[in-house]
Write a new protein. Structure first.
Length: 164
């Protein structure tokens, strides 16, 4: 016959295992216990080493909470990277980024990127073609262009994702 102490320890282990198996994310926080903070999305940015507006855009997305890693490339390698990532000529701008499997081309505002990451649409990515004045990184003077951020798919088809 088992000893009472062994039964109590076995019962405690069974209850602890059961509680751990049925816990859901957030339970620890609701019970007042700290839990690990959500990791920042990691963004890889490909740009020219001499582009000042690209640096300003990098600061913009860092301020929005992205963990940004910059890769400076010469023009030929940057163009090749854009092609490899599916960014056609009519979508191109001065820098290209990747984040969570999506491509972000040009001066896309951080809220549009965060929206894409939240919604997880079936697209290759989003782009702000050209270099629209007043977009993040292009805040030069009082003049601001109206511009669209477009989503694009593998076939190169695009549609308006956001207007600014």
């Amino acid at each position: 016959m088992p000893r009472p102490a062994t039964l109590i320890i076995s019962l405690f282990a069974l209850v602890a295992t059961s509680v751990a198996a049925t816990s859901r994310p957030g339970d620890a926080a609701q019970q007042g216990r700290p839990h690990a903070a959500a990791a920042k999305p990691v963004m890889q940015v490909y740009k020219s080493p001499t582009c000042g507006c690209c640096e300003k855009w990098v600061e913009h997305v860092k301020a929005a909470g992205f963990d940004v890693r910059v890769v400076d490339l010469d023009e030929g390698k940057l163009d090749a990277q854009k092609t490899r990532l599916g960014v056609g000529p009519r979508l191109q701008s001065c820098h290209t980024a990747t984040v969570n499997g999506y491509v972000v081309e040009g001066h896309v505002p951080a809220p549009d990127i965060l929206r894409m990451l939240k919604e997880k649409p079936a697209i290759v990515g989003i782009a702000a073609p050209g270099m629209p004045r007043g977009s993040p990184g292009m805040e030069m003077g009082a003049t601001k262009d109206r511009y669209d951020v477009v989503s694009f798919d593998k076939s190169g088809a695009s549609k308006v994702y956001a207007s600014h």
